[in-house]
Design a protein. Sequence first.
Length: 70
Amino acid sequence: MPSITLKAHYDGQRILLDEPFNLPVNAILMVTVLSDANNEKDSWHNIAINGLSDAYSDNEPDYLLESIKR
């Protein structure tokens, strides 16, 4: 049987496939637990907020028009 990736979730008691698929008896499976997409999104959001806070903080120097090179 060729390898296939199937979406599934854990309901607190067992792993359930999110879509119907006929698995043969005693099929060898590999289970990978993925990180929560919301946690990753929150991490990127926090990085962006911190970067913008640094860029626009009171300690950020003001640049005069004369200091901009053309």
